[in-house]
Design a protein. Structure first.
Lengths: 490, 164
């Protein structure tokens, strides 16, 4: 059901009196949206061309002294072409945004990653290239994974470049100042076109770890901060799970293998997986120093896209946070619906702590806090910490309306709710130059202001979210919501 | 299920090609079938001139396999001919002569490092450029015979293939 026909039905039925609860709920959400004159479809609209650098208008507050640098973000931004559209949000062309902060001013520029997929689809005037949730159309040119690489999930600074990351193909290098595409980064010629996950784990002042997964095999990438390959080893996995993210302590890699299992090679990619909720979620722990040293834990089935950085307690217990759902319906259903302007209410993922004891026991503790896009201070990656930074919302509509921090020791949350007119994106933490303590710094996050039809950038004191933004800037246009990114201090 | 830290180490095994996303099945090239392809000239014989164009890396060689049946195309029968030509320019031409008129299909790859193999990454995907006659393309494996097959008639014939 699309939104227009749903609204029509609701009017006809006097606000959902005869509708099942979930439709009533959706109707309520839409009614709120309609009252405010907002349309969440703006967050999934097409951007037709790169965005030239523009100075953002400061709407309120003042940028904190010492916050200088660039927030780079990536996310899909071109979904529809005359000859055919993507079948899933995750298949839009990657658009890398640069929000640059300097001397209290903010600018925004955005540029599409110049991928083989984008070139072929542009020439065909149709989305012909298959992907995560999109079938191939005649005219597709697929010789290897990088022909389908949308470079649309994350962007990280590596060796003086930016790497736009997908999850089933190579990193694609960009120039940080112009965002121009430099080319596919093949880390070694015999490893061309291997998958490289969009969620690398970065050791503070150390190496970058990533995975590439195909069925029950994974390549473990270890890359220097200069972008040079340190090692690439293949390991067997105990299940052919869909893997989007992983976690790591200073010593271990933690691969969460949920029972969304590859059992038939097909396209679209996600159609080759089956959700098997009676099977466990297996967690494979590998020793970074010797990848043949492994432990496998089991927990009841759960699904998660994203994990926080892990740490180990003194007794060797490994802990990490996750944003956990009962099933993969966002991946398999709602991610397709949003491109058509539809949304089936879905319980939001819940902030969860997973603990893996040295004696082989695993524990999962779910909070009641809706959470996605978990982040923490990158300087603490792999080390003990007590807080998770995340987006939060109610799942009645797509994405999130608030930002929050959660303290694991006390269960205390600190939340700022932007209200239904904003879809807020992932927040990143930027430490104060002489900062002490986990939240001594700022959160920087964009949102799509649906009422103003504009992208905004917000800066918060990370320790006082409920007080609202310290500063908000607004662009003269709305970019589609982005997924992930990183702050590079000037 | 609980496991102590020291679990049995996984036994080493080769990585099977699991064509999840555009993984192209192996068998594009079957050196086992490489054979003398010359046939005595005979009346009504055909000549096929195959031009490979668009070569970007001027190293190594083009290895081309000419097949005259779906079974040969799938590597289950000997090819009608195989040839190697060094890559020294943007185009390379290979000629097959003494052919019987009929349906043929070509599988070829650019052996960039000259090791005589179609190199693949650990997940079984080719890391060297490859192509098929009619510029046919596969989606989850090699282009099918039906897309790559073309007719060779008595006398001279031409086929142009984009590679790299």
């Amino acid at each position: 059901m699309n939104r227009r026909s749903l609204i029509a039905r609701i009017s006809a039925l006097a606000a959902g009196a005869l509708l099942p609860p979930e439709i009533s709920q959706a109707a309520g959400q839409l009614a709120i949206g309609a009252a405010l004159g907002v349309d969440w479809g703006l967050a999934f609209a097409d951007l037709d061309a790169d965005l030239a650098p523009q100075t953002l208008k400061r709407m309120s507050g003042k940028s904190p002294d010492g916050l200088n640098g660039a927030l780079y973000r990536n996310g899909p931004a071109k979904f529809r072409r005359p000859g055919g559209n993507v079948g899933h949000w995750f298949d839009g062309d990657g658009l890398v945004r640069a929000f640059r902060l300097s001397g209290g001013e903010a600018t925004l520029a955005a540029r599409f990653v110049d991928t083989a997929k984008r070139r072929v689809d542009t020439a065909a005037n149709a989305v012909v290239t298959p992907g995560f949730g999109t079938a191939a159309r005649p005219g597709a040119r697929v010789g290897h994974n990088d022909d389908t690489n949308a470079a649309n999930i994350n962007v990280v600074p590596v060796g003086g470049e930016l790497w736009a990351l997908w999850e089933a193909g190579s990193p694609i290098a960009l120039d940080p100042s112009t965002l121009a595409t430099k080319g596919v980064r093949t880390l070694r010629s015999d490893l061309a076109h291997m998958p490289f996950l969009a969620h690398p784990r970065l050791e503070p002042n150390g190496d970058i770890w990533s995975l590439g997964v195909m069925a029950d095999k994974a390549v473990i990438w270890r890359v220097g901060r200069d972008g040079a390959l340190v090692s690439a080893d293949t390991v067997d996995l105990p299940a052919a799970s869909y893997v989007h993210d992983f976690s790591a302590t200073t010593r271990h890699l933690i691969l969460v293998l949920q029972p969304l299992i590859a059992d038939r090679p097909t396209l679209p990619y996600i159609d080759g997986f089956t959700w098997r909720p009676k099977e466990p979620t297996r967690i494979l722990v590998l020793d970074k120093a010797d990848l043949t040293e492994r432990r496998i834990y089991e927990l009841p089935a759960f699904f998660a896209f994203h994990f926080g950085d892990a740490w180990a307690d003194k007794d060797g217990t490994i802990r990490f946070d996750a944003c956990v759902s009962d099933n993969p319906l966002f991946a398999t259903r709602n991610g397709r619906e949003v491109i058509k302007g539809e949304w089936t209410p879905l319980p939001p993922p819940l902030l969860t702590l997973i603990s893996l004891s040295p004696d082989g026991r695993a524990k999962i503790e779910r909070t009641d806090v809706p959470a996605e896009f978990p982040r923490s201070d990158p300087a603490l990656a792999g080390w003990p910490r007590g807080l998770t930074i995340h987006a939060t919302g109610d799942g009645k509509g797509p994405l999130f309306h608030g930002l929050a921090t959660y303290a694991w020791r006390t269960g205390k949350t600190d939340t700022f709710d932007f209200g239904p007119a904003h879809l807020v994106e992932e927040a990143v933490f930027v430490a104060r130059q002489d900062g002490r303590g986990e939240l001594d710094g700022w959160l920087v996050a964009p949102s799509v202001n649906l009422a103003a039809k504009a992208t905004e950038l917000h800066v918060f004191d990370a320790g006082h979210l409920a007080d609202g933004p310290l500063c908000t800037w607004r662009a003269d246009t709305a970019l589609p919501v982005s997924l992930h990114g990183a702050f590079v201090a000037a | 299920m609980t496991h102590p830290w020291h679990q049995p180490k996984p036994r080493p095994k080769s990585i099977a090609a699991w064509p999840i996303l555009a993984a192209v099945a192996l068998g594009l090239w079957s050196p086992a079938h490489a054979a003398d392809t010359s046939t005595p000239p005979q009346a009504g014989a055909a000549v096929l001139s195959v031009t490979f164009k668009g070569l970007k890396t001027l190293s190594g060689a083009i290895l081309a396999s000419l097949t005259a049946s779906p079974a040969a195309y799938d590597g289950k029968a000997p090819p009608a001919g195989q040839a190697t030509a060094a890559v020294t320019g943007e185009t390379v031409t290979i000629t097959f002569s003494g052919l019987k008129p009929g349906l043929y299909a070509i599988k070829a790859f650019h052996d960039l490092n000259g090791d005589g193999q179609l190199n693949t990454n650990p997940f079984g995907m080719p890391t060297e450029p490859y192509a098929f006659s009619n510029n046919a393309r596969g989606m989850m494996g090699p282009a099918p015979w039906s897309a790559a097959a073309f007719e060779v008639k008595a006398g001279p014939n031409g086929q142009t293939i984009d590679i790299d």
